[in-house]
Design a binder for this molecule. Sequence first.
Ligand code: B3K
Ligand code: ZN
Length: 849
Amino acid sequence: VKAKYLKDYKKPAYAIESVDLLFELFEEETFVTNTMQIKKTDASVNDLTLDAVNLELLELSLNDLKLQESRYIIEEEKLTVLNVPDAFEIKIKNKIYPQDNTELEGLYKSGDIFCTQNEPEGFRSITPFLDRPDIMSLFTTTILADKKKYPVLLSNGNKIKCHEDFKERHGVTWHDPHPKPSYLFALVAGNLGSISDEFTTIQGNKVALNIYCDLGNEQKCHHAMHSLKASMKWDEEKYGRAYDLDIYNIVAVDSFNMGAMENKGLNIFNSAYVLADTDTATDANFMGIESVIAHEYFHNWTGNRITCRDWFQLTLKEGLTVFRDQCFSADMNSAQVQRIEDVKALRERQFVEDASPTRHPIQPESYISMNNFYTATVYEKGAEVIRMVYTLLGEKNYRQAMDLYFETFDGQAVTTDDFLWAMHECGDFDLELFKRWYKQSGTPRLHVKESFENGTYSILLTQKIPDDVDGKKQKPCYYPLKMGLLDRDGSEILAKTLIISKESETFVFENLKEKPVLSINRDFSVPIIVEYGEAQFAFLMKYDTNSFTQYEATQNFALRTISEIIESSAINDDFVDAYGHLLDLDVDLSYKALLLELPSVSAVMQLQKEIDFDAIYDAQDKLLLHIAQKYKEKLLDIYKQNHLPASASLEAKYIAKRAIKNRALKILSILKNDEVAELAQKQYEESLTMTDRIVALDVLENLHVSYAEVALQDFYNRYKDETLVMNKYFAILASSSRYDVLERVEKLQRDKVYDEKVPNLVRSLVGSFARNHKHFHAKDGSGYKFLADKIIEIDKINPQIASGLCGAFKVCDKMNKHNQDLIKKELSRVISTQGLSKNSFEIIDKILK
Ligand code: B3K
Ligand code: ZN
């Protein structure tokens, strides 16, 4: 297994100016004919080496002359044509088997639909090519297929021709006028339903919008369509970027390795991010669709028009596009809730990754399988880095800098340095120091020491930078730190953005009557961990004017309280009182629902040197029980006030009512009494939305065995034909706290709804179990053995999904010796499996090192 390194980047020696593709789709095989116009860009080279995986070559000709076997070499993953002229046409015909492709990369079948996934390196398994993002070409694509089975034939760009002159078969030719890298190529063929709409761009161009799905699901596409139009408008308003083709197609398929893909003019989506109605999708699902639709649309400018020079630059398009979709969602919904949700997700996934043996900078230096680097770090931490640029520049300069970036690099494949150059042209920050965010891994910490004397308040801020994954020292970071000072009455004295650039620095605030209260890292302006000396959490929970740090104070106080319970089993009454105050707050109810949420197991785990899941669960339950007992009446009131009148409306007001009511129900469920069980059961039966139904089901599953049995059976019967809903069913059962979870998960794998070839189902059953710390980390090693067996099995089907599951073992070196030994035993067994993919190998190898 060989690694690739950023430092080895070389410019390509050829340009592929145009590509003409012919796909002849049949049930047993597909023929691909690829005609390319190629020019040398480096006169010193003689041979042309194309990327080609599992190549079954049928014809090869150069300038219309068939090539003798002595003129080319086929090696593993390469086709080399010897002694090529300076400019030439090459024509390759080969055969592939999409119906047998379970890796879901390249051309494959999802049910009866032909579709593609080419980022980062899937195109090479379709046809030989210079399959790298800095090769940008004009694509023309003809698809020929059975007329009845595949009435819809799609590719990138505009439809330029229909071929109707044969009996059972037909064809369509598409041409994309924008040069693009091969990873953005897409093809779809199927018998699909669709909905259509139209958008007129700011320049007055009419764009036809189509969303395709399985027949019968058309009515579930409207929210996606609405989100698409909102995204198009937002990008015009906020970034001055309009869409650039006459048609925008989205296709929803059930078998997809990730969320969605931004192929030029033909996005392909995991159906979970397109299909929704209130009977089958939760409020969170609706929001998820809005944000993924926006994300893929925004890629048209940040990713497609300006793409990455090489895959080490992935965060250039992903960090930036995540930042853009986060801002979009903040504008569409509640900005304060969005910020907290984004930070929560970052800490749950990225902070854990950043503290593990697979940690890497947002711009990694090497990889074995690029597919392993579509990570929370490259995406979410990458987005935080862009957010810091935005904060450093301010809205106006940031917009100018983005304009400069688009003007300068449109149509090119560039680097993160190019991006930062444009930002720096329009802003004033230390470019070289800031670049460390791209090259260093691990979550920086900031220690705060306060002092007050004679009216002068000072804070000594000391950076603590973790070593990199190989134990090498790393340097202090440069960032904008938003902070504020409050006086003892809770009114704000000042709000400021400090620039942090040194390892240690003191900031002084003069002429103060009394020692102020510090509110630090407001809006989470920098992705770090703050280490407080004596913090005024209870005060900030009451008075902080910044909604993020108010939330943060609550989380920190709760974390401190849980840690104390773990140590001494005593519950801090100050926290419980402060929590009681939150219950009375008159604030936006979806924000309040977040304030009332106690820290997750993962959040507590991140504080422990040696993770003790049992102790965490016990302490959490103890605190929650105390709160539920003490505030039972208030919580019941909150529940009742927001439960009725019932509504399935998706207006923010009703989403908020559902959020706060369901938070109250979940907290109350720790009481494990009949009153709460009956509330949940009634909610299950009367629910008008999936949001209410699924929360009730989850509560029942963990609260009342016999009520749960009835509800689960009802749910199964009602939704067994809706795979997307069945994902939720599997997830609830696999995340359950009941003692026999593993047994039930094993049984569910044999359920006729379950299919190991469909990534969503594997993620919701096996993936959810792997996140069920209580049972996954069972002392007898049964959870580890189960997952290891699954990884071996699934690796043969779909290496990307298997290597994703390996991530559950990342916490290995933080576990006690007993569990560490059990994990290592299982991972050693997996890594020595014959034919293990490089995807799984790379992750396990890092964990075992
Ligand atoms: N760019 C794709 C991700 C491709 C993942 C390949 N394993 C989706 C996105 O980020 O929009
Ligand atoms: Zn993306």
